[in-house]
Design a protein around this ligand. Structure first.
Ligand SMILES: NC(=O)c1ccc[n+]([C@@H]2O[C@H](COP(=O)([O-])OP(=O)(O)OC[C@H]3O[C@@H](n4cnc5c(N)ncnc54)[C@H](OP(=O)(O)O)[C@@H]3O)[C@@H](O)[C@H]2O)c1
Length: 124
């Protein structure tokens, strides 16, 4: 499959490695551009990309960043074709992430993410 990963920190770089290792075509992006994607994320076969390129012509997009990063990529996710599967691996951590009144009131993170992006999102 063609897979785009947004976020190449602790989680994203491991996903890039594991998914490339089993034969997927993986593009990986962070917030600072392809030159700053860590070599560890790429050494199995994933390709560094901009966020725009990472989500282009892929079947799956994986969001591997904390919530504050969502704002910059919201337009990219909203513009994806309906059939693209979006998987969000983030966790809401008050203290690290800005306080979310909705999540604090008990809204499920899966529902919050779906509503934020305005499309179905799979939580993993
Ligand atoms: N589901 C699970 O099992 C699981 C396990 C552990 C963690 N998590 C959650 O997964 C999320 C990521 O954790 P982590 O430890 O991997 O975080 P991390 O090490 O801080 O990495 C975050 C990554 O997101 C990138 N990023 C931020 N904003 C971006 C944007 N607008 N566009 C593209 N990339 C962007 C950062 O790029 P720059 O460095 O260039 O800014 C960085 O590569 C967190 O919410 C964490 O709680 C989930």
């Amino acid at each position: 499959m063609n897979i785009g990963i947004l976020g190449t920190g602790f989680m994203g770089k491991q996903l890039a490695r594991k998914l490339a290792a089993v034969g997927h075509n993986v593009k990986a992006a962070n917030s600072r551009g392809p030159d700053s994607v860590p070599a560890e994320a790429l050494e199995i076969g994933a390709h560094a990309a901009t966020a725009e390129d990472a989500v282009r012509d892929v079947e799956v997009v994986i969001l591997a960043m904390p919530h504050p990063g969502f704002e910059k990529i919201r337009y990219l996710i909203a513009a994806l074709p309906e059939q693209t599967v979006v998987i969000d691996i983030s966790n809401y951590f008050p203290g690290r992430d800005p306080v979310s009144p909705e999540l604090e009131a008990g809204k499920a993170e899966s529902e919050w993410t779906r509503d934020y992006f305005g499309r179905p999102v799979t939580k993993a």
